[in-house]
Structures are given as structure tokens and as C-alpha cells.
Design a protein around this ligand. Structure first.
Ligand code: G3H
Ligand code: 13P
Ligand code: ZN
Length: 332
């Protein structure tokens, strides 16, 4: 058993309380490689933003959970080396799908876990979430739960239709499970294709898809039921069109990729939404930078010569999100 406290990590409790009071959101960035982690930590350190490092089940399988844990531990030291005296870094399991997985992360030094039982029937979601909460809270590890189903790919769970969170269920769910934060469904979804073209209109000048707005009425109703309770938004990449253009201009094929407009995320960040999950944008930045180097310098074969530019572009992306979308700069 390793306590996250020994590793210099923090849980989400205080981060979220401050974020709700201050009208900003904490960035939750997924990572599964060194360049992503370097870019996240440098962006957080340079802006003095609290940050949540997220590890999905897929990331654990890809990069090895032991290695990822030590990388997060190393990230705390790297942050200090960058001049961030008191780094506010949380290591979080993203979309945990079983008690065993959540327990293993708690035992292994994670400071926060998500149990995503949102695809189960309501009572089963409550029972599994409560089981995780009861275990995690013994070690002061915070727990995120989910109610409502996002459209698209949720790790291995496919959902054809999104089911918005039912505001009438949230008090019962939060009370009976004891969860520390709640991910809700208000129209965001995972990946780079968040809306089908038929759900969008098309800008006549640019030809780009214009997505439908998020269901802020559902968010408002949830906040009314649970005043001051930390709300989480998954699937919050904005799919920057400049990255999509670079990818498409350099041999890629991402037609009609579309995300959540940043103004809507800014609006959400000012409310009780205190954690915003971003993964796909980082993947797009990485891919755009790599494709550009490959196209412009076909003789290049030193990975540092294309992973380096990818890291630089991700750093700019994370900094932009922190300062211009989440408003978490200067809060740590
Ligand atoms: O919500 C899903 C995250 O973007 C993680 O994706 O399961 O491909 O690592 P992944
Ligand atoms: P995106 O695919 O929109 O980046 O969402 C990531 C996410 O929700 C991770 O849990
Ligand atoms: Zn997610």
C-alpha cells in the first residue's frame, strides 16, 4: 500500500472547493507518454495552475501502471525543479470500470479515482459507486461518479444515444453513494467527432460544422438540486480546427471532426463545473506536429525531432486551455 500523500500528490477535495468558490475549473488532462506529461507539468508550473493527471484503463494497458505511477511521482519533482514550490497535482483514474481496478489504484498511490458505472442500471450504479467510495475514503482518496450516458465511445462502452443526466436523480445518487464529484451528461462526448453532421448546421463561409449548444438547462437544474456540489464534464475537447487542418494537409483524414466550442466551456467553468476533461485535443496537437515534420523533413528519423515539436505544441495547447478556457492560472 502506497499513500499518495507520500508521493507529494493531492486529492481533489480542496481543489474543487476553491474552484467552485473562485468560478474556474481544474484541467484534467489524460497522459500516457513522457512528452504529454512534460508538457502538462510545464504548462501547469508556468501558469501556477492546479492540475489533474488522468490515467485511463487504456493508458494503463498501453504504458504500464507501475511506470505511469512513477512518472506522476517524478512529475511532482519536475514541477518543483521548474520553480513551482508547492505543486497541486492530483493523480486520477479516468473511467474506472470495476471495484478491483479502483482499489488497485487507491492501493498504488492514486489520489483520486473515477468509478464509471453510468452504463449500469441506476441501483447498480449506486451500489458499485458506494462500494468504491467506502474503500477509497478510508485512505482519503476522492471519488468521481457518473450519472447519465455520454454519446460516443466511453473507453470500451459504446452508446448510440446520449442520455442527459436526470436532475431529479442527483440528490438521491450523491447522498446514497457519498461520491465527491459527479460527472454529468449535457451534450459533450468523447473523441474528435462529437456530433454527427446532421446534428449541426454548417457555416456558409467556411463550410465548417457548427455544433448544437450544450444543455445548460440540465446543468442549471443539477446545480439547483445540489448547490455547491462539484460537477465534472467529460468529453470537453474543442477539436481545434487549426490542428485538424494541419493533419488533413499532411496526409491525414479527419473530415468533419468537431468539438465543443471554447466559449461554452468557459461558461461552464464559471459555474459548479470544477473539472473539465481534455484528451482528444492533445492527441490532435501531437499528431498535427508529427505529421508536419514527416511531410516537411522526410529524411528525419530521430524521434526527438518529431516528438519534441509535438511536446511544444501540446504545451501551448495546455497553457491556452488553462488561461483562456478554464481560468485556473494563478490558483495554485
Ligand atoms: O475518456 C476517454 C479518454 O479520452 C481516454 O481514452 O481509453 O483511449 O485512453 P483511452
Ligand atoms: P475528449 O475526448 O473530449 O478529450 O474527452 C476526454 C475525457 O473525457 C477523458 O475522460
Ligand atoms: Zn471521459
Amino acid at each position: 500500500m502506497v499513500s499518495y500523500k507520500e508521493l507529494g500528490l493531492v486529492n481533489t477535495r480542496e481543489m474543487f472547493a476553491k474552484a467552485i468558490k473562485g468560478g474556474y475549473a481544474i484541467p484534467a488532462f489524460n497522459f500516457n507518454n513522457m512528452e504529454q506529461l512534460q508538457a502538462i507539468i510545464k504548462a501547469a508550473a508556468d501558469t501556477k495552475s492546479p492540475v489533474i493527471l488522468q490515467v485511463s484503463k487504456g493508458a494503463r494497458n498501453y504504458a504500464n501502471q507501475t511506470l505511469l505511477r512513477y512518472m506522476a511521482q517524478g512529475a511532482v519533482e519536475y514541477a518543483k525543479e521548474l520553480g513551482w514550490e508547492n505543486p497541486q497535482i492530483c493523480l486520477h483514474l479516468d473511467h474506472g470500470d470495476s471495484f478491483e481496478l479502483c482499489k488497485s489504484c487507491v492501493d498504488f498511490g492514486f489520489s483520486s479515482v473515477m468509478i464509471d458505472a453510468s452504463s449500469l442500471p441506476y441501483e447498480e450504479n449506486i451500489a458499485l459507486t458506494k462500494k468504491v467510495v467506502d474503500y477509497a475514503h478510508q485512505y482519503d482518496v476522492t471519488v468521481e461518479a457518473e450519472l447519465g450516458v455520454l454519446a460516443g465511445v466511453e473507453d470500451e462502452v459504446q452508446s448510440e444515444e446520449s442520455h442527459y443526466t436526470k436532475p431529479e436523480e442527483v440528490i438521491d445518487f450523491a447522498t446514497r453513494t457519498g461520491c465527491d464529484s459527479l460527472a454529468i451528461s449535457i451534450g459533450t462526448s468523447h473523441g474528435a467527432y462529437k456530433f454527427k453532421p446532421e446534428q449541426c448546421t454548417r457555416d456558409p463561409k467556411t463550410g465548417r460544422l457548427v455544433p448544437p449548444p450544450l444543455a445548460f438547462d440540465v446543468l442549471d437544474a443539477v446545480m439547483e438540486k445540489l448547490p455547491g456540489f462539484p460537477i465534472v464534464l467529460h468529453g470537453s475537447s474543442s477539436v481545434p480546427q487549426e490542428y485538424v487542418d494541419i493533419i488533413n494537409a499532411n496526409g491525414g483524414k479527419l473530415p468533419d471532426a468537431v468539438g465543443i466550442p471554447e466559449e461554452q466551456l468557459r461558461k461552464a467553468a464559471k459555474s459548479a463545473v470544477c473539472k473539465i476533461n481534455i484528451d482528444s485535443d492533445s492527441r490532435l496537437a501531437f499528431t498535427a506536429a508529427v505529421r508536419k515534420v514527416f511531410a516537411e523533413k522526410p529524411a528525419e528519423f530521430d524521434p526527438r525531432k518529431y516528438c519534441g515539436p509535438a511536446r511544444d505544441l501540446m504545451y501551448e495547447l495546455y497553457k491556452h486551455k488553462i488561461i483562456n478556457v478554464l481560468g485556473s492560472d494563478g490558483k495554485a
